[in-house]
Design a protein around this ligand. Structure first.
Ligand SMILES: Cc1cc2nc3c(=O)[nH]c(=O)nc-3n(C[C@H](O)[C@H](O)[C@H](O)COP(=O)(O)OP(=O)(O)OC[C@H]3O[C@@H](n4cnc5c(N)ncnc54)[C@H](O)[C@@H]3O)c2cc1C
Ligand code: FES
Ligand code: FES
Length: 1286
């Protein structure tokens, strides 16, 4: 293709002010460089430019880890504009004239940190830190692009950045300090923080070459790159674009590229032979307005379109633009909208008709016209819908004309989504109703459009006809229209989507909603809120705790040790380590069916691929092909029987792209393929025997004759309750580097929570002596239990390939592979039967906690569930038993508060049920069953002091949280509103902590300056373990905190360490450090003297030959202690759609005397939001035939975003409450709050129950977790006859 006729031969741009040059075509000798046609800006930054501060995770625009800031010239004016973009979606070849800025450039340890980095770190906005650079760069782009900001601007701009650790509140608080609406107290506080941190001014620049922002003589100059086989063109006018299209020879595939964000939705379209970017074509970026219409070029981004629509809205005839803009703010997220164009969106739908395009609905309803031109420049104007009837090959959408609408039109659109933002619609709708405002008559045919129904359904044509000429005030119009709509909507069934019944029901609800909206004040008051949307005001909150200065630095609120490095992108994760020159990349071949026999594996096509170095499978394993113990073996690679879809069959090694392509080329044949069992109920129906817990078989038995006690009680009830699974969603996916060393040794850099397991498993698989393997872990980019059991798979796979090839091998799983290969939190089925008296007091109770272990039984967690079943209650005549079944799914595994969460949710659901049956307030039922000062818990410790703590907590919550008043307000609200419901639910907690782990620790004092280095067996994964360790060490040795640094963990200092988990990793690592410090103090004692400074003591001791390094290890302790908590969740539900908003949460916890209060507040908030996901938004779906996990990406698996968190979030730790079993009186904090998050589900359930009551159904209903928007709406029991207007 003679692309040189229409373009320059290279792309030039800057990264942190350093010039870059990338050639569009092969170099003359035909050699290809590091850069291919599809190389993303993210990969170029990380691997070619060695700027690993920018992270990647999803590579589809869904997580925000890769956000960088770019200044891009507007092709119409040449003016540079700053915006945040997802560097994973930006093809390097479109960056012509861009100025790219990465987190390294805005501030670093040499030149001073940027205020954004400082405030995020100092205000506790980072935990594992993996999301932090993306967060910083989103905020930086916002600051650079606006003169002034409000808190709402900040929340809006951060909607594309996910964080699994913090729960978002501290991030938002840190960034809102930049708002013009920040109060004086906040401004003074940040001034102090910045002065103390010595941060640089906002506009200050630093060197670009080494990581700063300015250019310096030392920076390397531009470097030409080759783009490989495919070709790029960046025409600079519409005429040149036509010429470039015409120049693509017949038979070669062409992709027009505007924002390239479509490749985030449909990842596997392409590859293409030719790419033509529209970004430099001025005509396609033009915007013009007249009184009759506004016109937007085809490359206008969604962000620009929103801005222009907002400006247009006050103009006569364009009021509907306000609604269009607010709907577009729900499309994708800010960085995607900053690049993605409206035309690209339409073209995605053109290629994939099932795509629930919001843009298509909005433009069609607004009667927009578009102009399409072919390669000869022949242009045609058409309706948006006509676009889908024409062949778009070698054609471009040039512009859009949005006509003015007169005041008689009601323009209203809806988007019902599984979470608040950054999600595609279950169903979206756009309505244009021509209405006579006096008679409320539809004067001409209205437009009723729906998305998410099927590939072909768009217009509700029969309903449009029906409504024409009728008055909405007439009850028959409303009922007739709803019936007509119900008859004509037939959603496609798709296992990946929500139920067809739900989507059908949403269409009628949305039509009714728009009727209510249109009628407004003409409606009876109790119906009006049905016409309003759920609102989400900016987040506010409070964090309350005590601190005792006498103990400092222990108990001192300090930022995390690594926080500053994390927010500046300086903190290193394994995939940030520079590759050795001969390093290879591995990718797994995984099974595509769940239950079958492996017939054959043919890797020849993969091995023939240029650069592929090998394929290794079960037959290549020299040791044992088992990554677990002998009791519950699990194969590393399938040798015969496939156990689940996604099971590893082999590993190939080369560059990341080639390894992935090669893995796809390996063909696997199966025989005896069977339909999989996917749920606990299916397993039981299949006749599977219930198995005991394989970890520890715990039971509660507090009565001889439980059946008799239940039968003798005044009331009996029974039922079941299900809680779904949960993917951990660590932002750093499973990652490892295996590097062969001299003397047949192997270095393993593994993202593992369990050094010992990884070490031992690799040794067994490779048949290597343990002492030849060196495992080290610096930090993890999130884990939540997901890096306990299965880092062994990736480590053993990489190690096997590395040893066979004698080359370093790196494996970084992509998000789909990660989600398909490994299980997550275990789904539960809780069965119960209870006898109660009229006060709700339980007379006898039988419960069975059943979990789905997946195909293997190595991490059944029912022992934890059973241990929590008693929670805060007296248990007389209780029998609680565990059990598990196996399904044909990946083995499920530990996930933050494993089993304990389901244990509490199970018994709390029983309390809800009792309250319902007896028509009592659920809190009164709980109170009737509370433990007493002399209660002895069945499976753990208790004493009178515990009762006092618990009672105090309740008193404080009820007083400060005004619980009774709020409940009364809610009751009044529900009475007054048919279509919006509120509820407040309280869940109490007793969380027994067992100190079971062994973590070694080494503390070394240097006699040069008295500084101290520590390494512990507990792994830092965001929970602040290192910070607490340093605080304890500094306190014990009597030095300042900055004299202590914490080094990576490894299996030399910490051989045979316990896994880090169960909330005790920090505490027990601190125990080991405290003991080592005490040993050192003993050794130093003889050298102490009055007025002798620390350094003098150290040097004298060292001079006398004293060993200044002490090793210790924490040991299992026999005692347990209880953590108490109480959480109140208030929520509002939209009955018609199921959407809801958590309005307020009060979370009280007894953290003992917190070792590090800010760290622990962060743990509480993060745990709560993870639980919010478990109980509300995170739902897995599997293919019924293959067992494939269909929810395997950010596009379809919904962890909470910042808009989903409580709008008012108040966290309080009880006044320092001594705990002499913990280190320095501390208590565990990482997991207990999650155990109270079922309060979200129960609040939702109560709101639903109120709607059902109005619908005339007061009976109990099962409401399983997660309480998705879909489940909530379906449970409300709304039928068409209830949708009235009078
Ligand atoms: C994480 C994520 C979430 C999203 N959520 C939503 C959502 O909730 N609702 C929704 O509606 N959309 C959603 N989208 C889709 C998003 O709006 C589109 O990806 C974006 O608008 C596409 O524009 P683009 O410029 O990036 O197109 P590109 O990716 O550049 O191109 C997409 C297609 O359009 C073609 N094309 C581009 N420009 C033109 C043109 N001028 N003329 C002819 N063909 C052209 C391309 O050849 C390609 O086939 C989401 C996307 C992502 C990544
Ligand atoms: S890696 Fe780019 S958005 Fe997730
Ligand atoms: S700190 Fe945000 S994902 Fe870990």
């Amino acid at each position: 293709m003679p692309t040189s006729d229409v373009q320059s031969p290279a792309v030039t741009f800057t990264i942190n002010d350093e010039p870059q040059k990338v050639l569009h075509r092969l170099s003359p000798d035909g050699a290809s460089g590091d850069v291919s046609a599809t190389t993303s800006l993210a990969d170029y930054l990380r691997f070619t430019r060695r700027l690993p501060g920018t992270k990647t995770m999803c590579r589809e625009g869904g997580c925000g880890a890769c956000v960088v800031s770019v200044r891009v010239p507007d092709p119409t004016t040449g003016v540079m504009k700053t915006k945040a973009v997802n560097s994973c979606l930006v093809p390097l070849h479109v960056c012509q004239d861009w100025q790219v800025k990465t987190v390294e450039a805005i501030g670093d340890r040499k030149n001073g940190y940027h205020p954004i980095q400082v405030r995020l770190a100092q205000l506790n906005g980072t935990q594992c830190g993996y999301c932090s650079p993306g967060m910083v760069m989103s905020m930086y782009s916002l600051l650079e692009s606006r003169d002034t900001l409000t808190k709402e601007d900040v929340e809006q701009a951060m909607d594309g950045n996910l964080c699994r650790c913090t729960g978002y509140r501290p991030i938002l608080d840190a960034f809102k300090t930049f708002g013009a609406d920040a109060d004086q107290k906040t401004k003074d506080m940040v001034k102090d923080i910045e002065e103390a941190a010595g941060c640089k001014s906002q506009s200050g620049g630093a060197c670009g070459g080494g990581g700063g922002g300015g250019r310096c003589a030392g920076c390397p100059r531009a470097l030409p790159m080759s783009s490989g086989e495919a070709q790029w063109a960046l025409p600079e006018s519409l005429a040149k674009l036509y010429a470039a299209m015409a120049a693509v020879p017949r038979g070669r595939t062409l992709r027009l590229v505007t924002g390239n964000t479509g490749s985030g939705v449909y990842k596997h379209d392409g590859p293409f032979d030719s790419y033509i970017s529209t970004l430099k074509v001025p005509e396609l970026h033009a915007v013009s307005k007249t009184a009759e219409a506004a016109t937007f070029g085809g490359a206008v981004t969604l962000s620009r379109l929103i801005e222009e629509l907002q400006l247009l809205a006050p103009t006569a005839g364009f009021a509907h633009c306000r609604q269009m803009a607010s709907h577009l703010l729900l499309v994708a997220n800010t960085p995607v909208r900053n690049m993605g164009s409206w035309a690209g969106n339409l073209m995605i739908k053109h290629a994939h008709r099932e795509f629930p395009s919001d843009v298509f609905l909005l433009l069609t309803a607004a009667r927009a016209k578009i102009v399409v031109a072919d390669a000869q420049g022949a242009a045609e104007e058409m309706d948006v819908e006509t676009l889908f009837k024409i062949d778009m090959n070698r054609k471009v959408i040039v512009s859009l004309k949005l006509p003015a609408l007169d005041d008689n039109y009601i323009f209203k659109t809806y988007k019902v989504t599984p979470r608040a933002v950054s999600a595609h619609a279950y169903v979206n709708a756009a309505f244009l109703l021509p209405v006579n405002k006096d008679t409320m008559t539809i004067t001409e045919k209205p437009t009723l459009l729906f998305g998410g129904i099927s590939k072909t359904f768009v217009h509700a044509s029969a309903t449009e006809e029906f409504l024409t000429g009728k008055s909405l005030l007439d009850a028959a119009t409303v009922s007739g229209a709803l019936a007509a709509l119900q008859a004509e909507v037939v959603p496609d069934a798709d296992p990946e989507l929500s139920a067809t019944e739900y989507r059908a029901s949403l269409t009628t609800s949305l039509l009714y909603k728009v009727i209510l909206y249109t009628l407004g004040d003409r409606l009876p008051e109790h119906l009006r809120s049905g016409g309003e949307d759920i609102t989400r005001p900016p987040v506010v909150g409070s964090q309350k705790f005590d601190t005792d200065k006498d103990l400092w630095p222990v108990n001192q609120p300090v930022p995390k040790l690594e926080a500053q490095a994390q927010t500046a992108g300086e903190a290193e994760y394994i995939n940030d380590q520079e590759a050795l020159s001969d390093e290879l990349h591995g990718a797994f071949v995984i099974s595509t069916v769940a239950k079958a026999k492996l017939k054959g594996v043919d890797a020849s096509a993969a091995l023939a691929l240029d650069g592929v170095r090998g394929f290794f499978s079960a037959k290549d394993v020299d040791g044992t092909n088992n990554i677990k113990g002998d009791k519950n073996p699990e194969e590393l690679f399938v040798s015969d029987k496939v156990k689940y879809c996604g099971q590893p069959i082999g590993v190939v090694a080369d560059s990341p792209e080639i390894a992935r392509r090669a893995a796809a080329l390996v063909t696997v044949q199966y025989e005896d393929v069977q339909r999989p069992i996917l749920t606990i109920k299916e397993a039981i129906a299949d006749g599977q025997e219930i198995k005991p817990d394989t970890m520890m078989h715990l039971e509660i038995n507090t009565g001889e004759n439980v059946d008799e006690a239940i039968a003798a009680a005044p009331r009996q009830l029974s039922g079941e309750f299900q809680i779904g699974g949960q993917y951990h969603f660590y932002m750093e996916t499973q990652t490892v580097r295996a590097v062969p060393r001299e003397d047949d040794q192997l270095d393993l850099f593994s993202a593992t929570q369990d050094i010992r397991d990884t070490h031992h498993t690799v040794a067994k698989v490779l048949k290597m002596p343990a002492h030849k393997i060196n495992v080290s872990v610096r930090r993890l980019g999130g884990a939540y239990g997901g890096k306990l059991a299965y880092p062994t798979t990736v480590a053993a796979g990489a190690a096997l390939a590395a040893v066979k090839l004698n080359r370093p091998v790196r494996i970084v799983l992509d998000v789909e592979a990660n989600m398909e290969m490994f299980g997550g939190r275990l789904p539960y089925l809780v069965e119960y039967k209870a006898g109660v008296d009229e006060t709700g007091k339980v007379q006898g109770l039988k419960m069975r906690y059943l979990c789905d272990a997946g195909f293997a039984s190595s991490a059944t967690t029912t022992f934890s569930a059973v241990s929590m079943a008693q929670n805060v209650y007296q248990a007389t005549n209780w029998t609680v038993v565990p059990g598990h079944v196996n399904t044909d799914l990946a083995a499920n595994t530990w996930c933050r508060s494993p089993g304990t969460t389901q244990g509490v949710a199970g018994i709390e659901n029983v309390m809800q049920r009792i309250a319902h049956e007896l028509k009592l307030d659920p809190w009164e039922v709980r109170k009737a069953n509370f433990f007493k000062p002399d209660t002895k818990f069945a499976l753990s410790a208790s004493d009178e002091a515990d009762h006092a703590v618990f009672t105090q907590m309740i008193d404080e919550m009820f007083t400060e949280g005004q619980i009774q008043q709020r409940k009364a307000d809610i009751a009044a609200f529900n009475q007054a509103n048919r279509w919006k419901k509120r509820a407040l639910s309280l869940v109490p907690l007793r969380y027994p902590v067992h100190l079971w782990a062994k973590y070694p620790a080494l503390v070394s004092i240097y006699d040069l300056d008295g500084t101290v280095a520590v390494s512990v067996g507990g792994i830092e994964m965001g929970q602040g373990l290192n910070t607490k360790v340093a605080q304890v060490c500094a306190h014990e040795l009597g030095v300042s905190l900055d004299m202590v640094s914490v080094k990576p963990s490894d299996n030399l200092i910490s051989p045979n360490a316990s896994p880090t988990g169960g909330s005790i990793g920090s505490e027990m690592s601190c125990m080991a450090v405290r003991d080592a410090c005490q040993e050192l103090k003993l050794r130093l004692k003889p050298f102490q003297g009055e007025d002798k400074a620390w350094i003098q003591v150290v040097t004298s001791a060292s001079g006398a030959g004293v060993n200044l390094s002490a090793h210790s290890a924490s040991r299992r302790r026999p005692e347990t202690y209880n953590v108490f908590g109480l959480t109140a969740v208030e929520l509002e539900l939209d009955v018609l759609t199921g959407e809801n908003c958590v309005r307020r949460v009060d979370l009280y916890e007894d953290a003992g005397q917190s070792l590090s209060p800010w760290v622990d507040i962060g743990q509480a908030e993060g745990a709560f939001v993870m639980g919010l996901g478990l109980f509300m938004t995170e739902r897995h779906r599997f293919h019924p035939d293959t067992g494939k996990r269909l929810t395997n990406r950010t596009w379809n698996y919904y962890v909470p975003t910042l808009k989903d968190i409580p709008r008012d979030f108040r966290v309080k730790f009880l006044k320092n409450n001594k705990n002499d079993i913990g280190v320095f009186n501390s208590k565990a904090t990482g997991e207990p709050p999650l155990c109270m998050t079922s309060a979200c589900l129960f609040a939702l359930r109560e709101a639903v129950a109120s709607a059902r009551n109005d619908a005339g159904d007061a009976a109990w209903f099962d409401f399983d977790a997660p309480g998705t928007v879909e489940r909530a709406q379906m449970a409300c029991g709304t039928s068409l006859d209830m949708m009235v207007v009078a």
